[in-house]
Design a protein around this ligand. Sequence first.
Ligand SMILES: [Zn+2]
Length: 311
Amino acid sequence: MESRMRRLAALVVAVTASGIAPAQAASLKVLATTEDLASLTREVGGDRVQVEALAKGYQDPHFVEAKPSFVLKLHAADLLVAVGREMEIGWLPALVNQSRNAKIQVGAAGYLDASLTAHILEIPQGQITRAMGDVHPFGNPHYWLDPANGRRVAQAIQAKLAELSPADAGYFASRYADFDKRLAVGEARWDAAMAPYKGLKVVTYHRSWPNFCERFGLDVVGYIEPRPGIPPSPSHIIALIQEMKRLGIKIVLVEPYFDLRTPNSVARETGARILVMPPSVGGEKEITDYVALFDHDVKLVVDAIVETGAR
Ligand SMILES: [Zn+2]
């Protein structure tokens, strides 16, 4: 093992000395807060960027455990891409501060709030307050779950990468154009698969799916959580069960990081199917990129609709 490591190290030195590696080395170090943003950055940045995500796709992006290694990664980053809308308020700002990296501070050239060009739903009217513990005070931060927003975010990433590495602007533009085409093919596929079920009423655990449901024609009529970030209470669940029975709800979407006990008891009372649906790239092994996320989730929903006879 030891000698193999030495041989590898020697090889790296040799390759570097030959001049091949520096010419092909990725220039920009990009950190994304989620695997979705990392995937979109990879689509545009190709081999001219090194991309890593902080949160894993199976974690609740509102509540990510801050690891010491995150500070080191942030310290070395040229660009930080964040979901924004306070999605990461509970864990990111302190880490960015500790990173002592002026490039990636909010407002600096190396900080990209991906929500700025996205179509944001549920923007509160009137005075904004956290009194109820709402974790969506500036609109719904789960906007990447509409592929049209994925396209908008990829475009913003393209512009930002070109700004930070102007010599590669043409490369990023052609990578974006290729992604845009593949995404459009995917959209036609997903829209066609969902078209027969327009207006189907569903319940979800957290408000992760308004963009997904708006795009694909599902109607969210209730939530397991009484408010975003607030755990279910007995009185809320009793009212929800009555409403679900009245409306004949057959499908409940649950993000993988929530406890299934309450959803399961709701399912027992109503006969609805619990669908554990990953909202992010990396939420399941086969969800390796942004396009695969929609292939996976659309199939999950369509299969459940067909199997339960929900209409
Ligand atoms: Zn949320």
